[in-house]
Design a protein. Structure first.
Length: 331
């Protein structure tokens, strides 16, 4: 019944939409602009910190190396400083490539059985659409800072100008909006269409994608079909960051749905797989230099162990062993 996971996440999104409309058309709308932003943000911060600290506390007594590159050893053996870094600069390089370019996903492979033999081929689609989605999401979030900063920093205007470079339509269609929608649609269809991926997809997998799709769709609807009062939105956003939250005016149901989705995303984030955003930096296979041949790594948590050597054992039982005819190292 793997389809149930998809259905329940669709229902969850519908419940969220209805709750947002509930906020929009009742006196409770003040909650959405004055209380929930803080609840969501505080949950995000506290949860994020808690998860990071609990990962950071896990002992990593030895280097977990990945073996896809030659480690640094003798001077005449060519090593691979990014695959198997031996110092902190190499680790920073490897991490940067991972974070900015999803380098290990680039190595993703596909397997097909030909005759009775598995044949591996390259599979770059996930890498491509994954990268497209993440970069465009970052661009959108950075562009949104225009609501929270006054005067708007020139780089935000610059970013928006580049993003709307082709000046398609009025208001301009942002490239990042098209890209994020394309990326998310691929990631979603991949889970629904490919039977193997559908089989391993959980509620949380669909929910993350649908929630993001919901945020993007409502954002696009606001920008191109049901314009929000941007002055009021800016007023609200500035009110949040200056701890003087404003009461809502008639901002339109789409805006409330957009906000409700965003707050849900924020509050759920630390408890979801989306925490890979912070977790990547604590991943031992990415953040530890492979310097096993240069340094001896001792486990600092090793408790002193009381050992009983064979010599001591023989001393203790020599007479009995002799009687039993057992061979002895020392007579
Ligand atoms: C995870 C956070 C968020 C994401 C991913 C997101 C995504 C989007 C997207 C894709 C659009 C379409 C137009 C564009 O790209 O600018 C949009 C528009 C919009 N968003 Fe968001 N949004 C987020 C948070 C927020 C927040 C916190 C607010 C409230 C201040 C907000 C208010 C708006 C408004 C008013 C528009 C319409 C902008 C326009 O007409 O130009 N969004 N959003």
């Amino acid at each position: 019944m793997e389809i149930m996971n998809l259905l329940t996440s669709l229902i969850a999104i519908m419940i969220l939409t209805l709750s947002a409309l509930g906020f929009a058309f009742t006196p409770l709308s003040f909650l959405l602009t004055t209380v929930l932003p803080y609840v969501a943000f505080a949950t995000f911060l506290a949860g994020f910190t808690y998860r990071i600290l609990s990962w950071a506390r896990v002992p990593v007594p030895f280097r977990i190396t990945t073996t896809c590159g030659q480690q640094a050893s003798l001077p005449w053996i060519k090593n691979s400083p990014l695959e198997s870094p031996s110092n902190v600069w190499g680790v920073i390089g490897r991490m940067a490539l991972e974070v900015f370019l999803f380098r290990s996903l680039f190595r993703n492979t596909d397997v097909v059985i030909v005759g009775q033999r598995p044949v591996y081929g390259s599979a770059k689609w996930l890498w491509f659409f994954g990268l497209l989605f993440h970069w465009s999401l970052l661009t959108i979030v950075l562009r949104h800072l225009r609501f929270f900063i006054e005067p708007i920093a020139p780089w935000i205007n610059g970013l928006s100008a580049i993003d709307g470079f082709f000046e398609i339509g009025v208001p301009t269609l942002y490239l990042s909006d098209v890209a994020v929608l394309t990326g998310l649609t691929f990631l979603f269809l991949r889970r629904v269409v490919a039977p193997q991926i559908r089989y391993i997809s959980l509620f949380a997998d669909y929910f993350a994608l649908l929630l993001l799709l919901g945020i993007v769709t409502t954002g696009l609807l606001m920008r191109h079909f049901f314009p929000a009062d941007l002055l009021h939105v800016k007023n609200l956003a500035l009110g949040w960051v200056t701890f003087a939250p404003a009461l809502p005016k008639e901002a339109g149901p789409v805006f409330y749905i957009h906000l409700c989705f965003v707050f849900t995303l924020m509050a759920w984030f630390p408890f979801s797989k989306l925490m890979h955003m912070g977790g990547i930096f604590l991943s031992p296979t990415r953040n530890l230099a492979n310097d096993n041949r240069m340094k001896r790594h001792l486990n600092p948590w090793n408790a002193p162990v009381k050992v009983h050597t064979y010599e001591e054992y023989e001393d203790e039982f020599r007479e009995k062993m002799k009687l039993a005819g057992l061979p002895l190292e020392k007579e």
